[in-house]
Design a protein around this ligand. Structure first.
Ligand code: CA
Length: 232
């Protein structure tokens, strides 16, 4: 599946670990770096969907690291973690091309929302360049490239895992899928857990897609699994 990769740069191990757990739970692929030099090497080693960068780092600072990153590419979204009182860091960070910043201490939900927003804007820009296509069922449409989703006129926001689930259902539209198939298709072979997670995530996606004023698209097939199709 299309995991989105995030490089997390932070020298405080507790925060680094927390970020790793939270982001992986949301379905991102996380790589950690605890200092600026290591981070820059990792940055150079592959393409990232987003970089989460703490400003206060030993060795080269987050601001200097940002400067080096932006010398290479202007595209990769960079989110800064800044100290509460450091207006200077925020200003120079934004001047240097950071996409957004969040001040410490942060609420994880807010950080996740900022990450989703940065990725969405980035993907939309990229998507426009690539003239991408939409998958459409009824008035639901999803763009795999830009990761935009609409039900009618309404824009819908899903977490990466929810997105992967909806994408899988859409790619297999009008086919009844059992839980094992969905688990394998969305979570992959290496997921050790029970299939209840499928029901849980179906519920999350349903809540966001099958709005009360709309005809439902995700249908439960009793004793079998689920199917995404137009209501008859
Ligand atoms: Ca730090």
């Amino acid at each position: 599946m299309g995991y989105q990769s995030i490089l997390v740069v932070e020298d405080e191990q507790k925060i680094l670990r927390l970020l790793e757990i939270e982001l992986e739970f949301e379905g991102y692929q996380v790589t950690k770096a605890a200092d600026g030099l290591d981070a820059f090497e990792r940055y150079r080693s592959q393409k990232w969907d987003l970089i989460l960068l703490d400003v206060m780092l030993p060795g080269i600072s987050g601001i200097e690291l940002l400067r080096r990153i932006r010398a290479h590419d202007q595209q990769t979204p960079v989110l800064l973690l800044t100290a509460k009182n450091s207006v200077e860091d925020k200003v120079s960070g934004l001047d240097l091309g950071a996409n957004d910043y969040i001040t410490k201490p942060f609420q994880i939900e807010e950080l996740l929302a900022r990450i989703r927003a940065a990725l969405r804007i980035h993907n939309r820009d990229m998507g426009q360049e690539e003239n991408s296509e939409w998958i459409i069922v009824d008035d639901l449409k999803l763009n795999e490239k830009s990761r935009e989703i609409y039900r009618g006129e309404e824009s819908i926001e899903l977490t990466p895992r929810e997105f992967d689930l909806l994408l899988y259902l859409l790619k297999n539209k009008r086919q009844v899928l059992n839980r094992e198939q969905i688990l394998e298709g969305v979570w992959g072979f290496d997921f050790y857990g029970d299939t209840n997670v499928v029901d849980v995530y179906i519920r999350y996606v349903r809540k966001k897609i099958d709005l009360p004023n709309k005809s439902p698209l995700i249908h439960t097939i009793r004793g079998v699994g689920y199917v995404l199709r137009e209501s008859k």
